[in-house]
Design a protein around this ligand. Structure first.
Ligand SMILES: [Zn+2]
Length: 329
């Protein structure tokens, strides 16, 4: 018996009508497109066999194909003889990578549209399978020209970008990290920069991603670390455990670093300082800044494993800028 066209909703799930033009975010330029790839069957007798397209709708039917957002360039690398990959930090999509086809061709529309530490408005095709999205359009919004003429600022900005790229998981939104990167890169153009800016950035970034050192209480007994719990104005920092130990708990522990209470106070102050503009004239003595450099350096080496040269070079080209020795570069 011949059957007419089916009126079942399930049998019409895949087809031109399955394309769903629905917006879920104001940041999206939406082109919704259906896909016909069904998932693998989980049944034991049908391993690897796929259900028919007529009875199943892939969730990717609702996935947008083009995104529009703002991004800060963390890294640019060659991909082929003519293309680039660009690593972006965005406020709403976190860290993401795009392929820029033909970026190095003489007539590429992307020439001059992006470079390290630019903030750009970008439009990209989303590629779920590879995670390397395809850049369609790019418009620079803030080019930060001081990085083209100030190599010292460029070196330390490269360290900040490397650290952010290591600490931010891919495509996990971190708008606070994005604001931190923007504010810190802009602060590098000002004359008051120095070691405190580096340490402030490290503490802020570590805190935002949940890796900040414990600076208030003893990691072992939980008592507050202050003048009452320490002897001779010193306390102990454990880079491996990630925080302070009181004198009683530090007895017998290995790999500890001695730190004066002024050092701990400086770290606490930077942790609670919201803007890099408030760091000028922080008033921390040079000897304490050296202790903080070593203390945070060992902490980062153990917990983040940054590029071994980036931090060292950055601190070498910046002034210490302690309270007793504050001068612009
Ligand atoms: Zn303790």
């Amino acid at each position: 018996m011949p059957s007419g066209p089916s009126s079942s909703a399930g049998e019409n799930a895949i087809g031109p009508h399955a394309v769903n033009w629905r917006f879920t975010s104001p940041m999206l330029v939406t082109i919704w497109q259906g896909r016909r790839t069904p998932p693998r069957s989980s049944g034991s007798g049908h391993a690897g066999k796929r259900p028919t397209a007529a009875t199943w709708t892939h969730p990717a039917v609702l996935l947008p194909m083009i995104f529009k957002t703002e991004g800060l360039v963390l890294r640019v690398a060659p991909f082929s003889r003519t293309s680039h990959t660009v690593l972006w930090l965005t406020p709403d999509r976190g860290k993401l990578a795009t392929l820029v086809k033909g970026a190095q061709r003489a007539k590429s529309p992307f020439l001059g549209q992006y470079d390290l530490f630019y903030t750009c408005e970008i439009l990209y095709y989303r590629r779920e399978r590879t995670g390397l999205h395809l850049l369609k359009e790019c418009t620079p919004e803030n080019t930060r020209p001081h990085f083209r003429s100030d190599w010292r600022a460029f070196v330390i900005a490269a360290y900040f970008s490397d650290l952010a790229a290591r600490l931010c998981p891919p495509e996990s939104p971190h708008p606070d990290v994005y604001k931190l990167m923007e504010a810190t890169l802009d602060a590098l153009a000002t004359p008051g920069r120095g070691w405190p800016l580096v340490f402030w950035f490290e503490l802020q970034l570590l805190g935002m991603v949940g890796l900040g050192p414990q600076l208030d209480r003893c990691l072992s007994c939980g008592r507050p670390v202050d003048l009452v719990s320490v002897d001779q104005d010193r306390c102990w920092f454990s880079p491996t455990h990630g925080g302070l130990l009181c004198n009683a708990c530090a007895a017998g522990a290995a790999g500890l670093m001695s730190a004066q209470l002024q050092v701990v106070e400086a770290l606490r102050n930077w942790r609670s300082t919201a803007s890099p503009r408030q760091l000028v004239g922080a008033g921390v003595a040079t000897e304490h800044l050296v202790t903080i450099r070593d203390l945070l350096g060992r902490f980062l080496t153990f917990h983040v494993d940054p590029h071994p040269d980036c931090r060292e070079f950055g601190l070498r080209v910046l002034p210490v800028l302690s309270g007793a020795h504050s001068h612009p570069m």
